[in-house]
Design a protein around this ligand. Structure first.
Ligand code: FES
Ligand SMILES: [Fe+2]
Length: 426
Protein backbone atom coordinates (compact mmCIF):
# COMPACT_ATOMS: atom_id res chain seq x y z
CA UNK A 1 0.00 0.00 0.00
CA UNK A 2 1.35 3.38 -0.95
CA UNK A 3 0.23 5.58 1.90
CA UNK A 4 3.13 7.88 2.67
CA UNK A 5 3.07 11.51 1.70
CA UNK A 6 6.22 12.53 -0.11
CA UNK A 7 6.95 15.96 1.28
CA UNK A 8 10.49 16.14 -0.05
CA UNK A 9 10.19 15.82 -3.80
CA UNK A 10 11.14 19.25 -4.86
CA UNK A 11 13.98 20.92 -3.17
CA UNK A 12 15.77 23.03 -5.76
CA UNK A 13 13.96 22.63 -9.06
CA UNK A 14 10.53 24.13 -9.83
CA UNK A 15 8.21 21.71 -8.06
CA UNK A 16 5.98 20.83 -10.91
CA UNK A 17 8.82 20.04 -13.29
CA UNK A 18 10.55 17.95 -10.64
CA UNK A 19 7.37 15.94 -10.07
CA UNK A 20 6.90 15.06 -13.71
CA UNK A 21 8.24 11.81 -15.15
CA UNK A 22 9.91 11.98 -18.59
CA UNK A 23 7.10 9.87 -20.08
CA UNK A 24 4.38 12.12 -18.64
CA UNK A 25 6.19 15.23 -19.83
CA UNK A 26 6.53 13.76 -23.31
CA UNK A 27 2.82 13.04 -23.38
CA UNK A 28 1.97 16.58 -22.25
CA UNK A 29 4.33 18.01 -24.87
CA UNK A 30 2.73 15.87 -27.55
CA UNK A 31 -0.73 17.12 -26.56
CA UNK A 32 0.50 20.72 -26.54
CA UNK A 33 1.89 20.20 -30.03
CA UNK A 34 -1.47 18.92 -31.27
CA UNK A 35 -3.28 21.90 -29.74
CA UNK A 36 -0.85 24.39 -31.24
CA UNK A 37 -1.12 22.66 -34.62
CA UNK A 38 -4.90 23.00 -34.59
CA UNK A 39 -4.53 26.60 -33.46
CA UNK A 40 -2.13 27.45 -36.27
CA UNK A 41 -4.28 25.74 -38.91
CA UNK A 42 -7.59 26.95 -37.41
CA UNK A 43 -8.79 23.33 -37.36
CA UNK A 44 -10.94 21.48 -34.89
CA UNK A 45 -10.98 17.77 -33.98
CA UNK A 46 -14.25 15.84 -33.98
CA UNK A 47 -15.27 12.31 -33.10
CA UNK A 48 -15.94 10.11 -36.16
CA UNK A 49 -19.69 10.07 -35.69
CA UNK A 50 -22.65 10.93 -33.51
CA UNK A 51 -23.19 8.37 -30.74
CA UNK A 52 -26.65 7.33 -29.64
CA UNK A 53 -27.21 5.85 -26.19
CA UNK A 54 -30.16 4.59 -24.19
CA UNK A 55 -31.61 7.21 -21.86
CA UNK A 56 -32.45 4.35 -19.49
CA UNK A 57 -28.72 4.19 -18.65
CA UNK A 58 -29.40 7.18 -16.42
CA UNK A 59 -32.46 5.84 -14.62
CA UNK A 60 -32.20 2.04 -14.59
CA UNK A 61 -31.76 0.53 -11.13
CA UNK A 62 -30.12 -2.51 -12.71
CA UNK A 63 -27.59 -0.32 -14.52
CA UNK A 64 -26.90 1.58 -11.29
CA UNK A 65 -26.32 -1.62 -9.31
CA UNK A 66 -23.82 -2.75 -11.98
CA UNK A 67 -22.02 0.62 -11.89
CA UNK A 68 -21.75 0.47 -8.09
CA UNK A 69 -20.34 -3.05 -8.18
CA UNK A 70 -18.13 -2.89 -11.26
CA UNK A 71 -17.01 0.76 -11.27
CA UNK A 72 -17.36 2.43 -7.87
CA UNK A 73 -16.13 -0.63 -5.94
CA UNK A 74 -13.35 -1.61 -8.39
CA UNK A 75 -11.80 1.57 -9.81
CA UNK A 76 -9.65 3.86 -7.62
CA UNK A 77 -11.70 6.91 -6.68
CA UNK A 78 -10.25 10.30 -5.78
CA UNK A 79 -11.99 11.05 -2.49
CA UNK A 80 -9.89 13.98 -1.27
CA UNK A 81 -6.88 16.16 -1.95
CA UNK A 82 -3.92 15.50 0.33
CA UNK A 83 -4.02 19.09 1.55
CA UNK A 84 -7.49 18.57 3.00
CA UNK A 85 -5.77 16.39 5.61
CA UNK A 86 -2.38 18.03 6.10
CA UNK A 87 -1.68 17.02 9.72
CA UNK A 88 -1.65 13.81 11.77
CA UNK A 89 -5.13 13.15 13.10
CA UNK A 90 -6.90 15.08 10.34
CA UNK A 91 -9.93 13.21 9.06
CA UNK A 92 -12.66 13.57 6.44
CA UNK A 93 -15.84 11.56 5.99
CA UNK A 94 -17.48 10.99 2.64
CA UNK A 95 -20.25 8.69 1.40
CA UNK A 96 -20.11 6.91 -1.95
CA UNK A 97 -23.27 5.15 -3.13
CA UNK A 98 -24.28 4.54 0.48
CA UNK A 99 -20.80 3.40 1.61
CA UNK A 100 -19.59 5.62 4.48
CA UNK A 101 -15.83 6.23 4.30
CA UNK A 102 -13.51 7.72 6.90
CA UNK A 103 -10.16 9.06 5.65
CA UNK A 104 -7.59 9.65 8.38
CA UNK A 105 -3.97 10.77 8.41
CA UNK A 106 -2.16 8.94 11.17
CA UNK A 107 0.82 9.96 13.27
CA UNK A 108 3.41 8.65 10.79
CA UNK A 109 1.88 10.69 7.94
CA UNK A 110 0.24 7.77 6.17
CA UNK A 111 -3.38 7.87 5.04
CA UNK A 112 -5.99 5.30 6.00
CA UNK A 113 -9.31 4.73 4.27
CA UNK A 114 -11.73 3.01 6.64
CA UNK A 115 -15.35 1.95 6.64
CA UNK A 116 -16.95 4.58 8.87
CA UNK A 117 -18.92 2.00 10.81
CA UNK A 118 -18.23 0.64 14.29
CA UNK A 119 -17.54 -3.09 14.44
CA UNK A 120 -19.79 -3.45 17.50
CA UNK A 121 -23.09 -2.77 15.77
CA UNK A 122 -22.39 -0.41 12.90
CA UNK A 123 -22.81 3.16 14.16
CA UNK A 124 -20.90 5.98 12.42
CA UNK A 125 -17.65 6.87 14.16
CA UNK A 126 -17.18 10.33 12.72
CA UNK A 127 -19.07 12.99 10.79
CA UNK A 128 -17.88 15.88 8.63
CA UNK A 129 -14.18 16.57 8.95
CA UNK A 130 -11.82 17.56 11.74
CA UNK A 131 -8.94 16.24 13.79
CA UNK A 132 -8.98 13.36 16.26
CA UNK A 133 -6.37 11.41 18.21
CA UNK A 134 -8.79 8.45 18.25
CA UNK A 135 -12.42 7.77 17.36
CA UNK A 136 -14.98 6.99 20.05
CA UNK A 137 -18.24 5.48 18.89
CA UNK A 138 -21.18 7.67 19.96
CA UNK A 139 -23.43 4.63 20.51
CA UNK A 140 -21.72 2.56 23.25
CA UNK A 141 -18.27 4.11 23.42
CA UNK A 142 -15.89 1.65 21.75
CA UNK A 143 -12.69 3.43 20.69
CA UNK A 144 -10.60 3.02 17.54
CA UNK A 145 -7.13 4.24 16.56
CA UNK A 146 -6.37 6.45 13.55
CA UNK A 147 -5.48 3.31 11.58
CA UNK A 148 -8.78 1.65 12.50
CA UNK A 149 -7.45 -0.73 15.20
CA UNK A 150 -9.90 -1.40 18.03
CA UNK A 151 -8.37 0.17 21.12
CA UNK A 152 -10.98 -0.29 23.78
CA UNK A 153 -14.39 -1.74 24.59
CA UNK A 154 -16.63 -0.08 27.18
CA UNK A 155 -17.19 -2.20 30.31
CA UNK A 156 -15.16 -5.05 28.86
CA UNK A 157 -15.83 -7.35 31.80
CA UNK A 158 -19.56 -6.99 31.33
CA UNK A 159 -19.36 -7.29 27.54
CA UNK A 160 -17.47 -10.57 27.42
CA UNK A 161 -14.48 -11.92 25.55
CA UNK A 162 -13.87 -10.78 21.95
CA UNK A 163 -10.94 -10.87 19.54
CA UNK A 164 -9.96 -7.20 19.47
CA UNK A 165 -7.42 -7.72 16.69
CA UNK A 166 -10.12 -9.05 14.40
CA UNK A 167 -12.52 -6.22 15.17
CA UNK A 168 -10.66 -3.25 13.74
CA UNK A 169 -12.49 -1.05 11.24
CA UNK A 170 -12.61 -2.41 7.70
CA UNK A 171 -9.73 -0.99 5.64
CA UNK A 172 -9.88 -0.08 1.98
CA UNK A 173 -6.83 -0.07 -0.33
CA UNK A 174 -5.61 3.53 -0.48
CA UNK A 175 -2.79 5.39 -2.21
CA UNK A 176 -1.69 8.98 -1.93
CA UNK A 177 -0.22 10.08 -5.24
CA UNK A 178 0.20 13.44 -6.92
CA UNK A 179 -1.43 15.20 -3.99
CA UNK A 180 -4.65 13.19 -4.30
CA UNK A 181 -6.06 10.36 -2.19
CA UNK A 182 -7.28 7.40 -4.25
CA UNK A 183 -9.35 4.63 -2.66
CA UNK A 184 -10.69 1.29 -3.90
CA UNK A 185 -13.95 0.67 -2.04
CA UNK A 186 -13.44 -3.07 -1.75
CA UNK A 187 -11.42 -4.30 1.24
CA UNK A 188 -10.78 -7.53 -0.68
CA UNK A 189 -9.80 -5.97 -4.00
CA UNK A 190 -7.10 -8.02 -5.75
CA UNK A 191 -5.55 -4.73 -6.91
CA UNK A 192 -3.88 -1.69 -5.41
CA UNK A 193 -4.92 1.79 -6.60
CA UNK A 194 -1.52 2.42 -8.17
CA UNK A 195 -2.06 -0.52 -10.55
CA UNK A 196 -5.21 0.98 -12.04
CA UNK A 197 -4.46 4.68 -12.61
CA UNK A 198 -3.57 4.47 -16.33
CA UNK A 199 -0.72 6.92 -15.80
CA UNK A 200 -3.01 9.89 -15.14
CA UNK A 201 -1.42 10.37 -11.70
CA UNK A 202 1.96 10.90 -13.33
CA UNK A 203 0.52 13.68 -15.47
CA UNK A 204 -1.46 15.39 -12.71
CA UNK A 205 1.73 15.29 -10.62
CA UNK A 206 2.85 18.39 -12.50
CA UNK A 207 0.41 20.49 -10.47
CA UNK A 208 2.32 19.61 -7.29
CA UNK A 209 -1.00 19.53 -5.43
CA UNK A 210 0.54 17.93 -2.35
CA UNK A 211 1.85 21.29 -1.24
CA UNK A 212 -1.29 23.33 -2.00
CA UNK A 213 -3.68 24.77 0.58
CA UNK A 214 -7.30 23.82 1.20
CA UNK A 215 -9.56 26.89 1.03
CA UNK A 216 -13.17 25.75 1.25
CA UNK A 217 -15.66 23.20 0.02
CA UNK A 218 -19.38 22.75 -0.47
CA UNK A 219 -21.71 19.89 -1.35
CA UNK A 220 -24.38 20.29 -4.04
CA UNK A 221 -27.12 17.63 -4.29
CA UNK A 222 -27.99 16.47 -7.78
CA UNK A 223 -29.58 13.71 -9.88
CA UNK A 224 -27.97 10.55 -11.30
CA UNK A 225 -24.18 10.82 -11.09
CA UNK A 226 -23.68 10.52 -14.86
CA UNK A 227 -26.15 13.30 -15.60
CA UNK A 228 -24.42 15.46 -13.01
CA UNK A 229 -21.03 14.70 -14.55
CA UNK A 230 -21.95 14.91 -18.25
CA UNK A 231 -21.86 18.71 -17.97
CA UNK A 232 -18.14 18.51 -17.07
CA UNK A 233 -17.37 16.64 -20.28
CA UNK A 234 -18.27 19.14 -23.00
CA UNK A 235 -18.18 22.90 -23.49
CA UNK A 236 -20.99 22.80 -26.08
CA UNK A 237 -23.44 24.03 -23.44
CA UNK A 238 -21.27 26.73 -21.91
CA UNK A 239 -22.24 29.85 -23.93
CA UNK A 240 -25.90 28.78 -23.92
CA UNK A 241 -26.75 27.43 -20.46
CA UNK A 242 -24.20 29.72 -18.77
CA UNK A 243 -24.81 32.83 -20.89
CA UNK A 244 -25.85 34.83 -17.80
CA UNK A 245 -22.87 33.71 -15.69
CA UNK A 246 -19.88 32.92 -17.94
CA UNK A 247 -21.33 35.06 -20.75
CA UNK A 248 -22.41 34.27 -24.31
CA UNK A 249 -19.01 34.68 -25.94
CA UNK A 250 -17.18 31.58 -24.77
CA UNK A 251 -16.27 29.03 -27.40
CA UNK A 252 -18.53 25.98 -27.39
CA UNK A 253 -15.73 23.80 -28.75
CA UNK A 254 -13.29 21.55 -26.90
CA UNK A 255 -10.32 19.36 -27.68
CA UNK A 256 -10.17 16.02 -25.89
CA UNK A 257 -7.12 13.95 -24.96
CA UNK A 258 -7.62 10.54 -23.40
CA UNK A 259 -5.42 8.71 -20.94
CA UNK A 260 -7.14 5.39 -20.33
CA UNK A 261 -10.60 6.32 -19.07
CA UNK A 262 -9.35 9.75 -17.97
CA UNK A 263 -9.31 12.86 -20.12
CA UNK A 264 -8.30 16.45 -20.61
CA UNK A 265 -10.92 18.80 -22.03
CA UNK A 266 -9.35 21.93 -23.47
CA UNK A 267 -10.95 25.00 -24.98
CA UNK A 268 -9.50 26.50 -28.17
CA UNK A 269 -7.61 29.78 -27.92
CA UNK A 270 -9.56 32.53 -26.28
CA UNK A 271 -10.78 31.13 -23.01
CA UNK A 272 -10.81 34.22 -20.80
CA UNK A 273 -9.13 34.31 -17.42
CA UNK A 274 -6.05 32.14 -18.06
CA UNK A 275 -2.99 33.78 -16.49
CA UNK A 276 -0.34 34.71 -19.05
CA UNK A 277 2.29 32.46 -17.49
CA UNK A 278 0.05 29.41 -17.95
CA UNK A 279 -1.29 30.26 -21.40
CA UNK A 280 0.05 27.80 -23.94
CA UNK A 281 -1.66 29.60 -26.82
CA UNK A 282 -0.06 32.92 -25.86
CA UNK A 283 3.34 31.20 -25.63
CA UNK A 284 2.72 29.76 -29.08
CA UNK A 285 5.18 26.88 -28.72
CA UNK A 286 5.88 23.89 -26.52
CA UNK A 287 7.88 25.12 -23.52
CA UNK A 288 11.47 23.89 -23.31
CA UNK A 289 12.51 21.49 -20.57
CA UNK A 290 14.20 24.34 -18.73
CA UNK A 291 11.02 26.43 -18.70
CA UNK A 292 8.02 26.18 -16.35
CA UNK A 293 5.80 23.24 -17.13
CA UNK A 294 2.58 25.14 -16.35
CA UNK A 295 1.53 25.99 -19.96
CA UNK A 296 1.41 22.23 -20.59
CA UNK A 297 -1.36 21.84 -18.00
CA UNK A 298 -4.14 24.01 -19.44
CA UNK A 299 -7.70 22.75 -19.59
CA UNK A 300 -10.01 20.71 -17.45
CA UNK A 301 -8.63 17.43 -16.13
CA UNK A 302 -11.09 14.56 -15.84
CA UNK A 303 -10.24 11.75 -13.47
CA UNK A 304 -12.52 8.81 -14.15
CA UNK A 305 -15.13 8.10 -13.06
CA UNK A 306 -16.35 11.55 -12.06
CA UNK A 307 -13.76 14.03 -10.81
CA UNK A 308 -12.68 17.22 -12.55
CA UNK A 309 -9.89 19.70 -11.88
CA UNK A 310 -10.35 23.22 -13.22
CA UNK A 311 -7.85 26.04 -12.84
CA UNK A 312 -8.82 29.61 -11.92
CA UNK A 313 -6.86 32.73 -10.99
CA UNK A 314 -8.59 34.70 -8.21
CA UNK A 315 -6.53 37.82 -7.44
CA UNK A 316 -3.99 36.52 -9.96
CA UNK A 317 -3.16 33.50 -7.78
CA UNK A 318 -3.55 30.02 -9.18
CA UNK A 319 -6.25 27.91 -7.61
CA UNK A 320 -8.10 24.79 -8.67
CA UNK A 321 -11.67 23.72 -8.23
CA UNK A 322 -11.67 20.00 -7.50
CA UNK A 323 -15.17 18.71 -8.27
CA UNK A 324 -15.97 15.21 -7.04
CA UNK A 325 -19.31 13.80 -8.20
CA UNK A 326 -20.40 10.84 -6.10
CA UNK A 327 -23.43 8.62 -6.59
CA UNK A 328 -25.97 8.70 -3.79
CA UNK A 329 -27.70 5.65 -2.34
CA UNK A 330 -30.31 5.67 -5.16
CA UNK A 331 -29.93 5.82 -8.94
CA UNK A 332 -31.51 9.29 -9.03
CA UNK A 333 -29.19 10.88 -6.45
CA UNK A 334 -25.68 12.29 -6.44
CA UNK A 335 -23.67 14.89 -4.64
CA UNK A 336 -21.10 17.19 -6.23
CA UNK A 337 -18.41 18.16 -3.74
CA UNK A 338 -16.68 21.34 -4.87
CA UNK A 339 -13.35 21.90 -3.14
CA UNK A 340 -11.20 24.95 -3.78
CA UNK A 341 -7.43 24.63 -3.38
CA UNK A 342 -4.86 27.43 -3.60
CA UNK A 343 -1.36 26.94 -4.94
CA UNK A 344 0.07 29.25 -2.26
CA UNK A 345 -1.42 30.07 1.14
CA UNK A 346 -3.82 32.92 0.27
CA UNK A 347 -3.53 36.37 1.84
CA UNK A 348 -6.70 38.09 3.04
CA UNK A 349 -7.58 39.67 -0.31
CA UNK A 350 -6.92 36.46 -2.24
CA UNK A 351 -8.96 34.48 0.28
CA UNK A 352 -11.85 36.90 -0.19
CA UNK A 353 -11.66 36.63 -3.98
CA UNK A 354 -11.42 32.85 -3.75
CA UNK A 355 -14.50 32.85 -1.54
CA UNK A 356 -16.36 34.98 -4.10
CA UNK A 357 -15.23 32.66 -6.90
CA UNK A 358 -16.32 29.59 -4.94
CA UNK A 359 -19.75 31.14 -4.42
CA UNK A 360 -19.95 32.00 -8.13
CA UNK A 361 -18.98 28.48 -9.25
CA UNK A 362 -21.41 27.02 -6.71
CA UNK A 363 -24.13 29.10 -8.36
CA UNK A 364 -23.12 28.11 -11.90
CA UNK A 365 -23.25 24.41 -11.08
CA UNK A 366 -25.96 24.46 -8.41
CA UNK A 367 -28.39 26.80 -10.19
CA UNK A 368 -27.67 26.13 -13.86
CA UNK A 369 -26.06 22.72 -14.50
CA UNK A 370 -27.69 20.58 -11.81
CA UNK A 371 -31.29 21.79 -12.24
CA UNK A 372 -30.94 21.05 -15.97
CA UNK A 373 -29.66 17.55 -15.16
CA UNK A 374 -32.51 17.03 -12.67
CA UNK A 375 -35.03 17.81 -15.40
CA UNK A 376 -33.33 15.31 -17.75
CA UNK A 377 -33.55 12.71 -14.99
CA UNK A 378 -37.27 13.33 -14.56
CA UNK A 379 -38.10 13.00 -18.23
CA UNK A 380 -35.86 9.95 -18.78
CA UNK A 381 -37.67 8.21 -15.93
CA UNK A 382 -40.93 8.46 -17.91
CA UNK A 383 -39.51 6.30 -20.70
CA UNK A 384 -40.90 8.73 -23.27
CA UNK A 385 -37.45 9.92 -24.30
CA UNK A 386 -35.69 6.66 -25.14
CA UNK A 387 -32.39 7.93 -26.51
CA UNK A 388 -29.79 10.63 -26.08
CA UNK A 389 -27.26 11.85 -28.64
CA UNK A 390 -23.58 12.60 -28.01
CA UNK A 391 -22.32 14.75 -30.89
CA UNK A 392 -19.10 14.66 -32.88
CA UNK A 393 -18.14 17.77 -30.91
CA UNK A 394 -18.85 15.95 -27.63
CA UNK A 395 -16.06 13.40 -27.83
CA UNK A 396 -15.53 13.57 -24.08
CA UNK A 397 -19.03 12.25 -23.48
CA UNK A 398 -18.52 9.51 -26.04
CA UNK A 399 -15.28 8.49 -24.33
CA UNK A 400 -16.82 8.55 -20.83
CA UNK A 401 -19.89 6.50 -21.69
CA UNK A 402 -17.82 4.14 -23.83
CA UNK A 403 -15.55 3.42 -20.87
CA UNK A 404 -18.48 2.83 -18.53
CA UNK A 405 -19.82 0.20 -20.93
CA UNK A 406 -16.36 -1.32 -21.30
CA UNK A 407 -15.75 -1.59 -17.56
CA UNK A 408 -19.14 -3.16 -16.95
CA UNK A 409 -18.00 -6.00 -19.23
CA UNK A 410 -14.45 -6.39 -17.84
CA UNK A 411 -13.43 -9.11 -15.39
CA UNK A 412 -11.35 -8.29 -12.31
CA UNK A 413 -8.34 -10.00 -13.84
CA UNK A 414 -8.56 -7.92 -17.02
CA UNK A 415 -8.67 -4.56 -15.28
CA UNK A 416 -4.94 -3.78 -14.99
CA UNK A 417 -4.29 -4.62 -18.65
CA UNK A 418 -7.28 -2.61 -19.87
CA UNK A 419 -6.27 0.39 -17.81
CA UNK A 420 -2.60 0.14 -18.75
CA UNK A 421 -3.28 0.62 -22.44
CA UNK A 422 -4.33 4.25 -22.80
CA UNK A 423 -6.64 4.63 -25.73
CA UNK A 424 -6.02 7.91 -27.46
CA UNK A 425 -8.38 10.40 -28.91
CA UNK A 426 -7.90 13.94 -30.08
S1 FES B 1 -22.17 0.49 17.78
FE1 FES B 1 -20.27 1.38 18.31
S2 FES B 1 -20.00 0.97 20.37
FE2 FES B 1 -21.89 0.05 19.89
FE1 LIG C 1 -21.86 23.71 -17.04
Amino acid sequence: MDGTLDRTARAGAPRSAANLSPAARARLEEQAGVLLGHDADATFAQAPGVMTAKASNYVSTEQFEAEKRLIFRRIPLVLAASCELPNPGDFKTVEVAGIPVLLVRSRDGSIHALLNSCTHRGAALAAGCGSAARFTCPYHGWTFAQDGALLGVSSPGDFGAIDKLALGLKRFPVAERSGLIWVILDPDSPHQPADLLAGIDDMVAAFGLESWTFVESRALPGPNWKLAFDAHLEFYHVPVLHRETFGPDRSNRAFYFAQGPHQRVIAPRGRPGVAARDDLYALGRVPAASEPVDPLLIGEWILFPAVSINTFYPNGQRGVLLSIVLPGPEVSQSVTIQTFLAESPPDAQTRKEMGDLCAFLGKVVGEEDLPTSAFQQKVFATGLMPEVQYGRNEGGLQHFHGWIARLLQASDAELPAILASPCRQQ
